[in-house]
Design a protein around this ligand. Structure first.
Ligand code: KIV
Length: 270
């Protein structure tokens, strides 16, 4: 492909400009192979989520995920992506303690992975102040409100914002993140009406997961979208493939070929 045909990399400005115009497509990826495939499929943002802890490492939450895990997976994804905007999650306790350590940690994530942006959970005054400092030193930040998995022990896995006061707090938090300079915000597990109110209250794009159709974009965890995880079937999930059957069938077929001496054949040998 000549340089004239090479698609221009997606920037945070492109993402901001899409609000209210064209829906933004986000999927997670954790390695170079899927990073390359989802980039070739034309997604706008590849999120290296700390969901890597659940879906790749088999942890029961995202809490054990470390900065080094995120750097390893973020760098692998970046080696496969040439167009989409790569955003890497800041894991638990790498940005909540104080702004100084948050800046050092997000600096490492950007410098050592090649990603263009980071994502943090929560919208308190303290988090917003940290986001503002990250943005000030030139690091684009995506927010994350609603069900925030790093707070699972405090809030449980449940839809957020059902009560009026909770919904109001989410709107305040979203505005606070916008004021701090976040370029977009993920809204996870909340009633459609609340996501709609947030989307209309802020000038930055909202990216929904289990938050209905009113958001400016949607994100899904890739192994869920591909049907690689039989055990996870929340109401909001739509599986676009059934790869767990495909994988089992392919590996069974390989096993049968080996046992029946059909693989390798003569023309596959040296
Ligand atoms: O870690 C992750 O994959 C996420 C998405 C669910 C938004 O934060």
């Amino acid at each position: 492909m000549s340089s004239a045909q090479t698609p221009r990399p997606v920037t945070v400005r492109d993402i901001r400009d899409r609000k209210g115009k064209e829906p933004i497509v986000v999927v997670t990826a954790y390695d170079v192979l899927f990073g390359r495939l989802v980039d070739q499929a034309g997604v706008d943002i590849v999120l290296v989520g700390d969901s890597v802890g659940n879906v790749v490492a088999g942890f029961s939450s995202t809490l054990p995920v470390t900065l080094d895990h995120m750097i390893y997976h973020g760098a692998a994804v970046c080696r496969g992506v040439s167009r989409a905007l790569v955003t890497v999650d800041m894991p638990f306790l790498t940005y909540q303690i104080d702004t100084q350590s948050a800046l050092a940690n997000c600096g490492r994530l950007i410098a050592e992975t090649g990603a263009q942006a980071v994502k943090v959970e929560g919208g308190s005054e303290r988090i917003a102040a940290t986001v503002a400092r990250m943005v000030e030193i030139g690091i684009p930040v995506m927010g994350h409100l609603g069900f925030t998995p790093q707070s699972v022990n405090a809030i449980g896995v449940r839809v957020q914002g059902r009560e009026a006061a909770e919904a109001e707090r989410l709107i305040v938090d979203a505005k606070r993140l916008e004021d701090a300079g976040a370029f977009a915000v993920v809204l996870e597990l909340m009633p459609t009406g609340v996501a709609d109110r947030i989307t209309k209250s802020v000038g930055i794009p909202t990216i929904g997961i289990g938050a209905g159709a009113a958001c400016d974009g949607q994100v899904l965890v890739l192994p869920d979208l591909l049907g690689l995880n039989d055990a996870f079937a929340p109401r909001f999930l739509k599986r676009y493939a059934n790869l767990s059957d495909t994988v089992r069938d392919a590996v069974r077929a390989f096993g049968d070929d080996v046992k029946q001496h059909r693989y390798p054949s003569a023309d596959q040998s040296f």
